[in-house]
Design a protein around this ligand. Structure first.
Ligand SMILES: [Zn+2]
Length: 98
């Protein structure tokens, strides 16, 4: 996937060539981001905190075990939805509303 460095040097780079990085913010929040190889402009991919990691583990476990019942499938969908909401919220907390 090609990405243009819109907020920096405007050059185009290949997403696969860029290592995903992360840094720790206060309250054990991880900020995951990529960095333009030309000008080092950073682009945030997503934020992650402890409760979200727990939820991610549960989602992974459930998908590895396989979902055999409607109840399991519903639980899976519900957890993924919840994770999405938490991600949006955390992003808002750190970047403000836009
Ligand atoms: Zn750049």
């Amino acid at each position: 996937m090609k990405i243009q460095c819109e907020l920096g040097c405007s050059k185009i780079f290949e997403l696969n060539d860029v290592a995903a990085k992360f840094q720790y913010l206060p309250k054990k929040v991880e900020r995951h981001y990529i960095e333009c190889p030309h000008c080092q402009k950073q682009y945030t991919s997503y934020y992650l905190n402890e409760p979200m990691k727990v939820l991610q583990r549960k989602i992974r476990t459930l998908s590895e075990k396989g979902m055999h019942t409607t109840k399991q499938k519903n639980k899976f969908t519900q957890m993924k939805g919840q994770l999405g909401i938490m991600m949006d919220q955390l992003k808002k907390d750190h970047e403000g509303n836009d």
